[in-house]
Design a protein around this ligand. Structure first.
Ligand code: TYD
Length: 139
């Protein structure tokens, strides 16, 4: 599978009106391809921090900078691409088995992450060489 088939930038509909903005993300194939099992958010990271640096064997993710901005480098072991998250309406869908780094967080960055699975440390690949071996077997 090519890198561009493993991730997707999604623009969500804004249901806002004169009272303000309202963005809805429905799971199970409506707005994003998976059923949402877990939500976490990252804030208080700054421009010197690199987070992530792992791949997940099973979990799919959807990332949204609901406040501020950050960058995500997505790598499939062959190619990489950098996506800047800079709008609360913009989501980045990541399939499983992608190596990802999150960095360059603005001071006001709140990075919301929706996940398709509950947390399980055993499905994290934290060693890049191990990731390369596993992805080579998949190909
Ligand atoms: P870590 O994977 O380093 O976060 P990031 O991907 O943002 O760099 O997670 C930090 C710690 O939090 C680590 O001990 C695992 C734990 N953790 C959970 O218990 N549940 C979760 O859903 C997440 C994302 C992390």
């Amino acid at each position: 599978m090519k890198l561009e088939e493993r991730y997707k930038v999604i623009e969500f509909v804004d249901l806002g009106d004169e009272r303000g903005n309202l963005v809805v993300i429905e799971g199970e194939g409506m707005d994003i391809p998976f059923d949402i099992k877990r939500v976490f958010y990252i804030y208080g990271s700054d421009s010197t921090v690199v987070r992530g640096q792992h791949a997940n064997k099973e979990t799919e993710f959807l990332l949204v900078n609901v406040s501020g901005t950050s960058k995500v480098r997505v790598d499939d072991g062959k190619e990489s691409v950098v996506i800047e998250l800079n709008k609360p309406r913009m989501g980045l869908y990541l399939s499983s088995m992608l190596w990802k780094d999150m960095y360059d967080f603005s001071k006001d960055s709140v990075l919301l992450v929706l996940a398709s699975r509950h947390y399980d440390g055993k499905e994290y690949i934290r060693d890049y060489d191990e990731y390369l071996k596993m992805i080579a077997m998949e190909r």
